[in-house]
Design a protein around this ligand. Structure first.
Ligand code: ZN
Length: 409
């Protein structure tokens, strides 16, 4: 991709995305094939007076080799310095930029129970640190195509053509392909805010989803919670940042343990480097009690049994079928894009900041209100062309939220 284009994308990420402040530290996590973009990101961070920029390179191939050759014990080993690093991160609260470029099939062929076991061993070690810094720092997820990812999306093209075409789609859906990406992004963010404000004002008790693919599902929402869209403010330092570029969703966290009915997936789900396709999940008392998948059923079963909260919902997100991302007609095989192309739910961890006044509550109070707890958070898409969603408010009103896949208001 042309340097001038990459630079604009990097500016969008650093200014509108993390909104870096003078003297802040930044950590960039990126694949080894993304050096061109990362150079631009580092440059923009320092131009905007970053104190330090650390790049953490990742390689799907190295990860795969490790999972094939190393023992669960080795893979679960956490050196002391990693813990010290977590402590330092929580003291300094650096901004985090995560550049996604992984091959959706990167870990295909790796033993799934091994992956699950390592996750179960490691996740609890890092969870307290992650919880301590939650909502206090600026972070951002953006995408950049690797050859393997691009070929998965456009198998009929040559690797070079595929990468170019995926770049085009990424830049377009991120509003980064015009003269002033930051202005375009800000306008988009304001539009999303209007919708989420309206949804929050309804004081919804529950949502009812119905679609001709068989989806028939009800999910209850927490009293005194809100819908969030686009940018948000950090706790304490009150810095406005945009955690996802692109984003099209208005989301909230439902009551963990209060959902009934069945949902059918409408897009494949890439989880732990492998795809789960054409699946359904039946909920009873808020728990996923029955899952079926044409492909990846075992993996799906592993996923919902990762821990106690992995079978319960942490997120309900509304995205119109006519979203700019869905209208590209591209299946990205990547959650950042595909979750913004369709209504989705997420199993696992909920978002504390959807609760009004969460900053004054203890962790226990937040759980008691119904925000789900888990070491996973996995979005899966259920939006379809004829999805209808009806809202039932706490004062007994019936409000159409989605009609035929799109906003009803
Ligand atoms: Zn979401």
């Amino acid at each position: 991709m042309k340097k001038s284009v990459l630079r604009k994308y990097a500016q969008l990420a650093v200014k509108a995305g993390i909104n870096i402040q003078k003297g802040q530290d930044v950590i960039i996590v990126a694949g080894v094939d993304q050096e061109d973009l990362v150079v631009c990101l580092v440059e923009e961070c320092y131009k905007n007076k970053a104190n330090s920029v650390e790049v953490r390179w990742q390689s799907d191939r190295c990860t795969k080799v490790a999972y094939k050759k190393a023992s669960v014990k080795s893979l679960s080993y956490v050196p002391e310095w990693r813990i010290e690093k977590e402590k330092e991160i929580n003291r300094r609260l650096p901004c985090l930029i995560y550049v996604e470029s992984s091959d959706p099939d990167a870990l295909k062929g790796v033993n799934q129970s091994k992956l699950a076991q390592v996750h179960k061993n490691i996740a609890p070690i890092f969870k307290p640190f992650r919880e301590e810094r939650e909502n206090k720092y600026q972070w951002l997820v953006i995408g950049a195509p690797s050859k393997a990812w691009a070929k998965k999306v456009f198998p009929e093209l040559s690797p070079k053509q595929a990468v170019n075409k995926l770049w085009e789609a990424i830049l377009k859906t991120s509003h980064a392909d015009n003269d002033d990406p930051i202005a375009a992004w800000t306008k988009h963010d304001n539009d999303l805010k209007k919708r989420s404000t309206y949804l929050s004002s309804l004081n919804l008790d529950y949502l009812h989803y119905e679609s001709s693919n068989g989806t028939n599902f009800k999910v209850w929402l927490i009293e005194n919670s809100k819908f969030i869209a686009g940018g948000e403010n950090t706790l304490g330092s009150n810095i406005y940042f945009n955690p996802n570029i692109p984003t099209e969703e208005c989301f909230t966290s439902p009551i963990s343990g209060k959902a009934e009915g069945i949902v059918y997936s409408t897009k494949p789900l890439s989880y732990q480097g492998e795809l789960i396709e054409d699946f359904s999940i039946r909920f009873k008392d808020g728990k996923a009690v029955e899952v079926h998948a044409k492909k990846g059923e075992e993996l799906l079963k592993h996923m919902i049994s990762m821990d106690e909260g992995a079978c319960k919902l942490g997120e309900v997100a509304l995205v119109p079928y006519d979203s700019p991302i869905n209208n590209t007609g591209i299946l990205f095989f990547n959650t950042l894009y595909d979750e913004n192309a369709a209504c989705h739910l997420a199993l696992g961890l909920g978002f504390n900041n959807t609760l009004i006044g969460f900053e004054k509550m203890t962790k226990e109070e937040i759980r008691k209100k119904g925000i789900n707890d888990s070491s996973i958070h996995v979005d899966f898409m259920i939006g379809s062309k004829d999805l209808n969603i009806t809202g039932y408010t706490r004062d007994g009103k019936v409000v159409p939220i989605f009609k035929n896949g799109n906003w009803a208001f």
